[in-house]
Design a protein around this ligand. Structure first.
Ligand SMILES: *[C@@H]1O[C@H](CO)[C@@H](O)[C@H](O)[C@H]1NC(C)=O
Ligand SMILES: *[C@@H]1O[C@H](CO)[C@@H](O)[C@H](O)[C@H]1NC(C)=O
Ligand SMILES: *[C@@H]1O[C@H](CO)[C@@H](O)[C@H](O)[C@H]1NC(C)=O
Ligand SMILES: *[C@@H]1O[C@H](CO)[C@@H](O)[C@H](O)[C@H]1NC(C)=O
Length: 387
């Protein structure tokens, strides 16, 4: 009888230990659903291994790169972070050649799967709002060869193929229900949308209400762009009320896409953010406004809000950016979009208390799993002790 009791008791211990272990793993799965852009146009950023530690301390589960930096992809091996990787505009022409596209996928995606979760590749950035006509005509063929390469390797269900646009491709964005593409862009967009529908990949846009505000600070309400309480703007065609510009712009894109005959293409925000510093003529670029914009945006993401047009589709956002990037050209604001300074200090406080590991430690340090290992050993020992 004493033997029986002992057995029941240790079974209980095993169960409790098991729940403690699995509970720990469940917790890490409960990460923020916000994504972050990890731009690297800088000469003072911490090593990718330390950045992996920072990202994990922030509980951020999605990272977007502008390239396919092997040092970054290796640093995040086994991290559960989902990656969007990029093919730069300078490499788009090459990718129109299927054999080059195939070897790109074989060299930059395949080796990391499945241990680094690459779920999307963006081919080119803001191509249709630029001036390079060759690049514009090469974009879709490049996307098609990358897609064909993924199909050939059996990876097209795991990895989406898309490109990121500036909202400058919209000719009209107000009211949102009247959103439409610029006429010079429409000829490219129609076949692109057909591609998205065929490949089931999302339409990505970079949206910066800051630009609109900076250009018209007298006529655009700061509350409306910073997600602060305001009466909003009502779309006269739909009667939908918009309390912020970001959602209005996303819905303009949905309307523009719908005008071209597509109802089932997801729109996602590949970049949005607010600079903490700017030149004297860049009105609104302050740490207070940046904290307000990004902080309020995070709250809305946490609430899984959709836009007024698609209330049941939570907005999917990659915030720009993780770090200030000191080598970005252009106005001062361009170098000041980061949530973090390169030394790991937050630029402003929005309640994200991440920590950049020191030089000597690293995120993938196996010692971080020590408690789990000890518990696991205990379980095994208890089991054997009974047999
Ligand atoms: C990350 O998640 C852990 C466990 O849920 C929590 O204790 C921690 O505060 C979170 N960190 C951030 C920056 O949200
Ligand atoms: C494009 O391909 C050519 C020939 O293979 C190569 O020399 C060049 O470096 C490639 N360009 C880029 C940007 O990768
Ligand atoms: C394209 O060219 C126009 C006129 O030359 C110029 O105003 C505009 O800034 C250019 N756009 C880009 C993205 O270079
Ligand atoms: C690819 O995009 C589609 C459409 O947005 C989405 O439903 C799917 O989950 C994405 N696939 C991956 C692997 O992220």
């Amino acid at each position: 009888m004493a033997m029986e009791k002992n057995r029941v008791f240790s079974l209980l211990i095993v169960l409790v230990l098991w729940f403690m272990i699995s509970g720990k793993f469940l917790q890490t799965a409960e990460s923020l659903t916000v994504g972050i852009n990890y731009g690297q146009i800088a000469n003072n950023l911490p090593s990718p291994t330390r950045v992996a530690g920072l990202v994990s301390s922030l509980n951020i589960s999605k990272v977007k790169l502008y390239d396919a930096d092997p040092n970054v992809l290796r640093a995040f091996l086994n991290s559960q972070v989902e990656f969007v990787i990029g093919i730069g505009n300078e490499n788009v022409a090459n990718m129109t050649d299927y054999s080059k596209a195939l070897s790109w996928v074989q060299n930059h995606i395949q080796p990391y799967l499945p241990r680094t979760r690459i779920t999307c590749v963006t081919v080119g950035n803001e191509v249709y709002s630029g001036n390079d006509t060759t690049l514009k005509s090469n974009l879709l063929p490049a996307m098609q060869s990358i897609y064909a390469a993924l199909v050939a390797l059996g990876l097209n269900k795991q990895v989406n193929v898309t490109t990121a646009h500036s909202v400058a491709i919209l000719g009209n964005s107000y009211p949102p229900s009247a959103g439409s593409f610029r006429s010079d862009v429409a000829e490219f967009i129609q076949p692109l949308l057909n591609f998205h529908a065929m490949a089931n990949s999302p339409f990505l846009i970079n949206v910066y209400p800051f630009f609109a505000y900076k250009d018209n600070p007298d006529s655009i309400s700061l509350d409306y762009v910073l997600f602060r309480p305001n009466s909003g703007i009502t779309d006269p065609n739909t009667n939908l009320n918009y309390d912020n510009m970001l959602y209005a712009q996303v819905d303009s894109v949905y309307s523009a896409i719908s005008t071209m005959g597509h109802q089932n293409i997801d729109v996602r925000i590949s970049e949005t953010g607010w600079p903490s510093r700017g030149d004297p003529d860049e009105v609104g670029a302050t740490p207070e406004n940046a904290a307000m914009y990004n902080g309020n945006l995070l709250q809305r993401i946490a609430m899984q809000q959709g836009t007024p047009l698609k209330p049941s589709v939570p907005i999917q956002v990659y915030v720009f950016a993780l770090f200030n990037e000191n080598l970005k050209p252009g106005p001062t604001s361009e170098r000041n979009y980061g949530l973090y300074y390169p030394d790991g200090n937050p630029v402003y406080n929005i309640g994200l208390n991440g920590r950049l590991p020191s030089m000597s430690s690293s995120a993938s340090n196996p010692l971080t799993l020590l408690p789990e290992l000890v518990l696991f050993m205990l379980v095994i020992v208890t089991l054997f002790w009974q047999l």
